[in-house]
Design a protein around this ligand. Structure first.
Ligand code: 9YW
Length: 448
């Protein structure tokens, strides 16, 4: 039945062609929306991965994508998690976010008021590397762009250091599950269970559930009440970054965001050296990276070796088995033995080596975990974009065989050309949106 449930496998050339069509179809001219119907706006970390895919088609278009995102950077340095287009059909839109009164907001465009994981330096690194292989003109274009926006990226990383390292763990704090990029991950169950929506939560109607085949692929209504309640809290302090951290009922140290911050800070420092940027700022980035790496290593649980998040409000570690537990493999710092053990856990039967998986791609939650839910969003399905992230990081760390295997298995998962947002791990069926831009983008990069 598994084989029956599975659409055909496209030949590589047809798959690449289809992926390119998805990016073109989702392109509004100045930005590529995250997906055609479900997400008709620009999302921060999506834009980074989308730019990586665009680099395979047109370096100029890849650069323009990141320019659109960076032009929406807030004056304090934050890169907002959504840059809104004029499209309706997504909730919560700009009116519900109510960022218009925040003094740090950009003037030319409306945005949300929170952020997402800082993967943007990684995108710039990849675009520069790809461009250097295509032509001298492309290389000059990409390097010129990197030099031009380097300061903006530095200010973004400084914003995280200033406002989001708030407890002794040294991990990057988030004030909303959406900031993690993994909205309803079981990582956040406990912290969310303590968020109690007020009776004055303004009424709303969800639109996301209307755009997928089955509401069971999306977060629950209770989840959404909490997501919306946190927006009310953020609005209540007009998105002032210190007040946000002091007042949000959800304040969690995110080990995965921290690992990405460490990795991206190193990448940004390295680019800064290549492009002869400010030496003191390069040195600061190196320091920030080292501190973040240490924090991720210290978050590892002694029994499993997996990295954990920390509920800052309530002072407890959250050791739910999700793919965020493998964060140290992205940024290093845990030590060779710990990393070897973690790598074998990753390949083992509780994770990518689970015998019933359609493709050996790390699922968002271990299929052996109590809270595993094979169809529901960040609670079990496989996300090709995360497989790409791990494969890129592994290649950078010199783990060539592991990187190649992730690429091969990621392509197995996505070979039907539907470019699902996420995939059911046992059948490999696409779930959520189809023609999801970042899925198409990483496939294009894999096929290059
Ligand atoms: C939402 C766009 C975004 C991703 C997130 C993912 C989802 C949006 O889609 O969140 O409204 O649920 O969780 O990581 O950036 O692809």
């Amino acid at each position: 039945t598994t084989a029956e449930a599975r659409p055909k496998t496209l030949p590589t050339s047809a798959l690449a062609e289809r992926a390119a069509v998805v990016l073109r179809d989702n392109d509004t001219g100045s930005l590529v929306t995250a997906s055609p119907k479900l997400y008709p706006h620009m999302w921060s970390w999506d834009a980074a991965f989308i730019a990586i895919g665009l680099a395979q088609l047109d370096i100029g278009r890849a650069v323009a994508e990141l320019d659109t995102l960076l032009a929406a950077q807030w004056s304090d340095g934050m890169i907002p998690h959504i840059v809104f287009t004029s499209a309706t059909g997504y909730f919560p839109g700009p009116d519900r976010w109510g960022t218009d009164a925040a003094p740090q907001r950009p003037r030319h465009v409306r945005t949300s008021g929170i952020c997402q994981p800082p993967v943007h330096a990684i995108a710039i690194r990849r675009i520069v590397d790809v461009a250097r292989r295509t032509s001298r003109v492309d290389a000059a274009l990409a390097e010129g762009f990197a030099a031009r926006v380097w300061q903006r990226l530095y200010r973004w990383h400084r914003w995280i250091i200033r406002y989001r390292i708030v407890d002794a763990s040294g991990l990057v704090a988030i004030v909303h599950g959406w900031e993690s990029g993994m909205d309803n991950s079981p990582r956040w169950d406990e912290p969310y269970s303590r968020v109690v929506p007020g009776t004055n939560l303004p009424p709303y109607a969800r639109l996301d559930v209307l755009r997928v085949d089955d509401p069971a692929e999306r977060p629950s209504d209770d989840d959404y009440d909490r997501y919306l309640w946190l927006i009310e809290q953020l609005r209540g302090v007009n998105y002032e970054p210190e007040a946000v951290v002091n007042t949000s009922d959800f304040l969690v140290a995110d080990t995965f965001a921290t690992a990405l911050f460490a990795l991206a800070s190193d990448v940004l420092a390295e680019l800064g050296e290549e492009l002869a940027c400010d030496r003191d700022q390069v040195a600061e980035l190196r320091q920030w990276a080292a501190r973040a790496r240490r924090a991720v290593a210290l978050s590892c649980r002694p029994d499993t070796g997996m990295a954990a998040d920390r509920d800052i409000r309530y002072g407890n570690w959250i050791a739910t088995p999700t793919l965020a537990g493998f964060s140290p493999l992205l940024c290093g710092g845990a030590g060779d033995r710990a990393e070897a053990a973690l790598l074998s856990t990753l390949d083992g039967p509780d994770w990518s080596g689970h015998p019933d998986l359609f493709a050996a791609v790390v699922p968002s939650v271990s299929p052996c975990a109590r809270r595993f839910d094979q169809r529901r969003y960040w609670r079990g399905p496989q996300w090709p974009v995360l497989a790409w992230l791990f494969s890129w990081a592994f290649a950078r760390r010199g783990w060539t065989a592991q990187a190649a295997r992730l690429r091969e298995q990621g392509l197995r998962l996505t070979a039907d050309g539907s470019f699902g947002e996420y995939y059911e791990p046992f059948t490999g069926s696409p779930l959520g949106s189809t023609n999801q831009s970042w899925t198409a983008a990483v496939v294009l990069d894999w096929l290059a």
